[in-house]
Design a protein around this ligand. Structure first.
Ligand code: 13P
Ligand code: ZN
Length: 284
């Protein structure tokens, strides 16, 4: 009689692995929102070793992958990531081809593939931005776990017509929906337009992540972070909703608005501290 070890059983029923299921569900949601055309978007999610060990054989390294730069700060950490060139719409049907579980080697020089990335697939080309963002967010928030990048439609649209000053941009978003200032009192970071997939864009993104949980890449998309997939996704969802309202009203005469005083009242009522310099940012 064949006996299955727990990890082998879970490997055959991939969507039974909770973190694989979470990735499959969220990539499907984002694709349905129209934020992840073709292979657009990528996710990386830090996993606890004991959780990975419950479902996979952590002593069996399928192959090693060289990262763009050594990541000593993340040595020994486990991640589930989306593959490069993979379509979010296809993750549910074949998680093992489109996702991968990796461990950063003890010396930080290699990535050890433990599951997925079938047929020689590689992690997202935005891994430098993800890794550098994880490093910065972990410094300010030890509970940080998730980085999500996608091509949120209205956020991209807004970067063509709104000034790219991060305080002014944040202020406009706060004014669009009552709950925005409560969801992202730390504001939005914005970097200049840069070539994606590079360590340079990773460094610029991570520099913004010191102070913000979300960073906009003009004419490209957004990075959102959080302690859970729900938090990182909810942050992006809220920012995108505000950007959508902006795009709906920008050509209309404005008859009334949420005032600065009301924004301050909201922050007080919900016990959040708005980042300094945004509430009084002069609008274009
Ligand atoms: P990957 O397919 O390599 O994840 O790239 C998609 C993307 O959105 C690049 O910014
Ligand atoms: Zn992208």
């Amino acid at each position: 009689m064949t006996t299955f070890k727990p990890h082998q059983l879970s490997c055959t029923r991939k969507l039974d692995i909770p973190f694989v299921r979470e990735m499959a569900q969220i990539t499907q949601h984002m694709w349905r929102f129209g934020w992840d055309e073709r292979n657009g978007g990528n996710i990386s999610y830090i996993l606890d070793e004991h959780l990975v060990a419950e479902h996979l054989d952590i002593h069996h390294v399928i192959r090693t992958i060289k990262p763009a730069f050594p990541v000593h700060e993340l040595a020994g950490r486990y991640f589930i990531v989306t593959g490069s060139g993979k379509y979010f719409k296809n993750v549910v049907a074949d998680p093992e081809a489109n996702l991968g579980v990796l461990r950063v080697s003890k010396d930080g020089e290699h990535l050890e593939l433990l599951w997925g990335l079938k047929d020689g697939a590689v992690p997202t080309s935005e891994l430098p931005s993800h890794f550098m963002s994880h490093i910065e967010r972990l410094k300010v928030d030890p509970s940080h776990r998730v980085v999500i990048h996608n091509h949120a439609t209205n956020v991209i649209a807004m970067t063509f017509i709104h000034e790219l000053d991060e305080n002014k941009f944040t202020k406009t978003l706060w004014e669009m929906c009552t709950e925005c200032i409560v969801v992202f009192p730390d504001g939005i970071g914005i970097i200049p337009w840069m070539v994606p997939g590079s360590s340079e864009i990773g460094r610029a993104t991570a520099a913004q992540m010191k102070d913000h949980r979300a960073v906009i890449w003009p004419h490209h998309g957004i990075f959102g972070t959080g302690s859970t997939i729900d938090e990182a996704f909810g942050l992006i969802e809220t920012i995108e909703k505000a950007a959508q309202i902006y795009m709906l009203i920008v050509h209309q005469p404005i008859r009334q608005r949420i005032t600065d005083e009301e924004l301050a009242d909201l922050a007080k009522a919900f016990g959040v501290t708005p980042r300094e310099g945004i509430l009084n940012a002069k609008q274009p």
